[in-house]
Design a protein around this ligand. Sequence first.
Ligand code: NCD
Length: 295
Amino acid sequence: MNLLSVADLPLEDLERILKKADDFAPGVGDPTAIHREKTLALLFFEDSTRTRVSFERAAKRLKMEVMNFSVGGSSMSKGESLRDTVKTIEATGIDVVVMRHQASGAPWQVASWIKSSVINAGDGWHEHPTQALLDCYTIRKATGVIEGLHVVIVGDIKHSRVARSNVLALSRLGADVTIVAPYTLLPPNIDSWPVWVSQDLDVVIPKADVIYMLRMQRERQTASLVPSLREYTASYGLTAERAECLPENAVIMHPGPMNLGVEISADVADLPCSLITTQVKHGVAVRAALLHEIL
Ligand code: NCD
């Protein structure tokens, strides 16, 4: 079994993994399901803090062996292809490959070359399914339900794999999703997404149950898509003033890494209703549940 896209997960699988995550939360004792004889390979061709550490901790919850591959220092610098690299790694005895790559679709190619299971930990602008799983888990833990919730996703939607995967997962679980972004940061096919679209954050904020802020993905932007970061923050940043207009029980989320002072201010990120650290914590449990499901 692979997890390449949220689209691979029918509702019952999605629900089962979210339910199973409760058994794998750090600090609730050793899980009974262990996979001592299994090996996980982390293949990160793009930088990561949370996702990489979280998968490593998740695998260790299951007592798996973890193999960390770093591109720098490997034979890829001598011109070895991605195909030969992953086949070489697999030949050492690997059960699950977790990969992040700057090219959209790369995990699908890798999955066609090897027999091990492949988990997409982010491919270009395309998808980041485990981020969506941990976000759904976090929302459900905080609010009790997802069905009927109004989730507002704000920022650089065009370049965000987190937004793509979350929209798929949240809409499958019955949430109403509104996207708030300037036209230049919307994907060209936004009309086919199951979402409402707005350019006015101040109108949407008082109706949000969850407000999910995204980073400006400047490393993926090829043109100047906003007049200036200051103007972007003025219209689309979650400032303390805007956070005050959220409904009483609303929660604030961000996948990290944050650009403090751009899409979210430092004081807002630290509010009691901010789930940003909880998202990271839940990432370990959800990924352990997913690994257990795959194995
Ligand atoms: C995100 C990513 O890398 O896609 N971060 C993450 O995995 N938690 C979002 C981002 O980089 O902005």
